[in-house]
Design a protein around this ligand. Structure first.
Ligand code: PRX
Length: 653
């Protein structure tokens, strides 16, 4: 990967590390290494202490239960409710009038939603769910754009102990149906239409076209687009208006499931990552407060992710609300109506903390400094990134152009599975090195190991592992314990979590994450599986076989390249390419569409028939090919190489 190369460069050139400036450090919540040291003495006990920052019905006395690894449990004798922690306790403390979300619509609409507003809507929504037969332990699907109702829906589930299963709005209706089926969801909460850059997508009609295996579909009226309503369909606003305004929260065990979030793995079937309540909320709230050095009474925080990904779950909804802070929620894209819309909002709302993805930073870099320069960004005091390695060039641009050279940057490494941030720098206490996420947070342990599980020497690349259970870890894959064990705990045993990333640790103990070691792609920080895209392509009637690889891409980190073999004597052309891309959009979502399709009469396979993706990656990126003699048909490589060169010449022309 290009980013890998740049990592090396950064190290070679010894790009400076950036220590926090005195102005930041002097006011920081954590300004030295005492917390790291304290946690190291008794990590589980230290987390139990942090758990006390939450509001419990029954406070836990037990930290970690590791009697049955890798099925770890946390705070088992505690009971709580996530919605109480996110809403009631702030309202009860007299902060009901505080804005929870400055919501801004694509066309400039303004909605400021307070904690009291959210609590009122959440109770009504919870009662509406109950009135439709949904209760503790039931799964509720949520397929909504970035509107406040998505938060209401999630917290309403949490209030009654239902398990939410949010599907990112960029996925196709077909993907939603599959996720509803896998999780046996009883209801779906969706929307009439969703807006994107001036256009409206008829979401409810799309959902109807594939048919959902749920009893009830709640529909939020958002765009006002014509919306078919059939049996089992209920308008959200009518259901809430009819519902009782008071809904006492369920007292739930710490290990009660909070949500399922489907994420791509190395097979075509997405994994239903299961998070529970007490441990998740403890680590999400702690990290949100301390990694972002949050002062809830002063800060205006903005995480630009979509709520449909784990970043949105943990750092738009649960973390910020548990900490009672004011956030920005933006419906639209960063380049609509113009490429300065983010910076315009930062200036208007006085944003102090901004958290985004490297791919977005690279896009802004490409658009040019003139866009941020239109606005006064002096309110910003801390910046963050997540989702993929950030190349030092983009880091330095972010630091200088957006952060005015004064804001620390936290590069936060974590995964859907980890639930919360794991490796980063505490901005008042640790220096940042552009391109490195930093060190494990207090209470977290990581190690880079070789194939046999032995720790590798410093500055040596190996597999990243997590060597101690942490509170916000996934508990299993929904209804699939076997796959949970096989995916994460088989390689190194039930006490060493296999991350799936390559990394190295430098002499200062900083981790440099390089990228995935499995067939998982990272396109614009969106996680996708090669197998899932391949199976979508192969389901096209004209396709015989397909192999998908992630190709390095300057803006999006990786992009999807598909090598496709057609049925019989069919010839590939532009029309068919468009057809296949559309087919993938239908099956998975637009985000999975291959950027380029390379027709190929055969694919490089071993004699046992396994596709050699490594060779395809070498070809696509113009690298010297290694040994091809183990291939069933070594000639296939030279034909493919010629074809790729042809394409590259066309691209360059
Ligand atoms: O490869 C790592 C990369 O994203 C993967 C997790 O993807 P997902 O579950 O979709 O969660 C993304 C948001 C938390 C990781 O295995 N990744 C995430 N953050 C970083 C990163 N790689 C390098 N640096 C990061 N800060």
């Amino acid at each position: 990967m290009a980013t890998d190369l740049e990592h090396e460069l950064a190290e070679l050139l010894d790009v400076e590390s950036f220590a926090p400036e005195a102005a930041f450090r002097d006011r920081a919540l954590i300004a030295d290494d005492r917390v790291h040291r304290e946690a190291a003495e008794d990590p589980a006990g230290w987390w139990l202490k942090q758990a006390k920052a939450l509001s419990w019905f029954r406070e836990p006395t037990v930290a970690l239960d590791d009697a049955d690894p890798p099925f770890y449990k946390w705070f088992t004798d505690g009971t709580l409710n996530a919605s109480v922690n996110c809403l009631d306790r702030h309202v009860e403390a007299g902060r009901g009038d505080r804005v929870a979300f400055h919501w801004r619509g694509e066309e400039g609409e303004v909605r400021d939603v307070t904690y009291a507003d959210l609590l009122a809507d959440v109770q009504r929504c919870a009662n509406a769910l109950k009135a439709h037969g949904i209760g503790k332990g039931d799964v509720v699907g949520i397929f909504l754009p970035m509107i406040p109702e998505v938060v209401v829906a999630m917290l309403a589930c949490a209030r009654i102990g239902a398990i939410h299963n949010v599907v990112f709005g960029g996925f196709s209706a077909e993907s939603v149906r599959e996720r509803m089926e896998f999780s046996a969801a009883k209801a779906l909460i969706t929307v009439d239409g969703a807006r994107r850059k001036g256009r409206t997508a008829a979401i409810k009609a799309q959902v109807d076209a594939v048919g959902m295996p749920v009893r009830t579909t709640f529909v939020v009226r958002h765009t006002g687009i014509e919306c078919p309503m059939g049996d089992g369909d209920v308008w959200w606003h009518e259901a809430l208006a009819a519902a009782d305004p008071v809904c006492p929260p369920e007292e739930l065990e710490a290990e009660h499931p909070l949500y399922i979030l489907y994420s791509s793995g190395s097979t075509a079937k997405p994994k239903g990552i299961l998070h529970t309540t007490g441990g998740y909320l403890t680590q999400v709230a702690w990290t949100h407060r301390h990694v972002f050095d949050l002062k809830p009474d002063e800060d205006v925080y903005w995480c630009s992710a979509d709520v449909g990904w784990v970043t949105g779950h943990s750092y738009i909804v649960y973390g910020p609300l548990a900490n009672g802070c004011t956030s920005v929620m933006f419906e639209g894209a960063p380049d609509y109506p113009d490429k300065d819309v983010w910076w315009k909002l930062c200036a208007e709302l006085g944003v102090t903390i901004f958290y985004t993805a490297p791919t977005a930073i690279r896009a802004c870099m490409k658009w040019g400094e003139q866009y941020p320069a239109r606005h006064d960004l002096s309110s910003l005091r801390l910046l963050g990134t997540v989702g993929e390695p950030i190349n030092p060039k983009a880091w330095l641009w972010y630091h200088k152009v957006i952060g005015g050279g004064r804001c620390p940057i936290v590069d936060t490494w974590w995964q859907t599975e980890t639930g919360a941030i794991m490796i980063t720098t505490l901005p008042g206490a640790q220096a940042a090195k552009p391109g490195s996420a930093g060190t494990p947070l207090p209470g977290i342990a990581a190690r880079v190991v070789d194939d046999a599980g032995e720790e590798v020497p410093r500055d040596t690349q190996g597999y990243l592992t997590l060597t101690r259970p942490w509170p916000s870890m996934l508990r299993t894959l929904y209804k699939d314990d076997e796959r949970y064990v096989a995916t994460y705990w088989e390689k190194y045993g039930p006490r060493t979590y296999f991350v799936g990333d390559a990394a190295r640790q430098d002499a200062d103990g900083y981790f440099w994450v390089i990228g995935r070691v499995d067939d998982v792609l990272n396109v614009s920080g969106h996680r996708m599986s090669t197998a899932e895209i391949e199976s979508a392509i192969v389901s096209h009637p004209k396709v015989a076989e397909a192999a998908v690889i992630g190709q390095s891409d300057e803006t999006t980190g990786q992009s999807v390249t598909a090598f496709v073999t057609l049925e019989g004597n069919l010839e590939g052309d532009e029309a068919l390419e468009a057809e296949i891309r559309e087919h993938v959009a239908q099956r998975i979502g637009k985000l999975a569409r291959p950027k380029r399709i390379i027709w190929s009469d055969d694919l490089p396979k071993t004699r046992s028939g396994k596709i050699m993706r490594r060779l395809l990656r070498d070809i696509a990126e113009g690298r010297e090919l290694g040994d091809v003699t183990t291939l069933r048909d070594p000639d296939v490589m030279s034909r493919l190489e010629a074809r790729v060169k042809e394409l590259q010449a066309e691209d360059g022309a």
